[in-house]
Design a protein around this ligand. Sequence first.
Ligand code: SF4
Ligand code: SF4
Ligand code: SF4
Length: 452
Amino acid sequence: MSDSPDPATQPPPFHLLAKPTGSTCNLDCAYCFYLGKEALYPGVRARMSDEVLERYVRQLVEAHQGPEATISWQGGEPLLMGLEFFRRAVALARRSARPGLAVAHTIQTNGTKIDGDWARFFRENGFLVGLSIDGPRECHDAYRRDKRGRPTFDRVMRGLSHLREQGVEWNALTAVHAANADHPAEVYRFLRDECGARFIQFIPIVERPDRGGVPCGDSVTARSVSAAQWGRFLTGVFEEWVRHDVGEVYVQMFDVALANWYGEPSGLCVHSPTCGTALAMEFNGDVYCCDHFVEPGYLLGNIGERHLAELAGAPRQRRFGQDKLDRLPRCCVACDVLFACHGGCPKDRFVVAPDGEDGLNFLCAGFKAFFAHVDESMRAMCALLRADRAPAEIVARYRESDAVATTSGAAATLPGAAEALPGAAATLPGAAATTSGKAAHSPGDSSDRRQT
Ligand code: SF4
Ligand code: SF4
Ligand code: SF4
């Protein structure tokens, strides 16, 4: 095995989700796509050894030539490893990092195991915590249950209270599915007002039947969100957000859209032209092309045999990422909102397009509806950015417009939208196109997550 990366194969900047417990979890969420991955490692206790941990941390920092590297943990449920494991990881990172390299730590958790000790540890070590919560009790408990079928809402809220008490940085990760998709405003207000979330990721559940850990067929389960529901959900949340919270609450999908309208990289693989820089690693050091392709056909190799930098930069991985663009169906290539959508995630491209071609995204109709709905607002926010003004000014415009509509009984139009420039994807220098002025901020930064 090579101990250090071959400089000739330095990968592009990448993000890796490490799964120290593999698919092992204390919950049994009905829509979980990862529990079935235990079929890939039959009869093996999925638990990252100290040897793999040490190799992983060292290789990860070696593979990052820039000023920053992020160590991201996910699952299954990573907290099942216990606090000592993560203390070792932090200490290893400190020892392995070359001078000048800042190492960040993120973890995605179902939250049920978080107590005061965990929360203190997260705060002391600057962890960014992604917490899975699907909305108010009825929405959350519909599918997020434990192994005995018991609801988990109260345990998650208790975990959250520890995070908030300690002032830990955290994000809400909310899966959107049949049980909450028709309640966008209620879900959003709950996250904002009752949880205090300031960073929110919404993830559509598109769940296909699974065989041996590999999704197959073109039908989806009744738990899945439909394309139309996904569009309506995003639109419903947007209508609330744009009137109250621009610049205050970061909703990943809206900042991703704004970046695409502005002509800057969006930072989210799903709505970028190519992908392939968000890898996943199982407990034993096996590295896969993506969290959504932890399948035998997408195994790049093991870090015990090849350095992580070589695996991340392998031609096969580059091809995986390039295929997102090269395999777009014709109707995407001709689509008006391709600049914003980029065909969505390849894992969801399993329906037949109107012209009979395979490989259209299951969520296509929802994407189209949402992007059409926000076009005027996105243009207005881009115009504000170009004028060196804050996108949050749009909130006041909406309020004025609503007030006029209420008085006159006319349909609300957005004042100021006319000053927005035509041409959706002008590439401009200047301020980063974010609604809050803050950088995108998530344990799943460069990839969306279905399971946590
Ligand atoms: S989540 Fe989808 S879009 Fe992102 S890297 Fe994986 S396959 Fe590509
Ligand atoms: S909206 Fe539909 S047709 Fe357009 S790029 Fe997205 S998936 Fe393709
Ligand atoms: S969705 Fe997350 S918390 Fe739920 S069973 Fe899967 S890994 Fe566990």
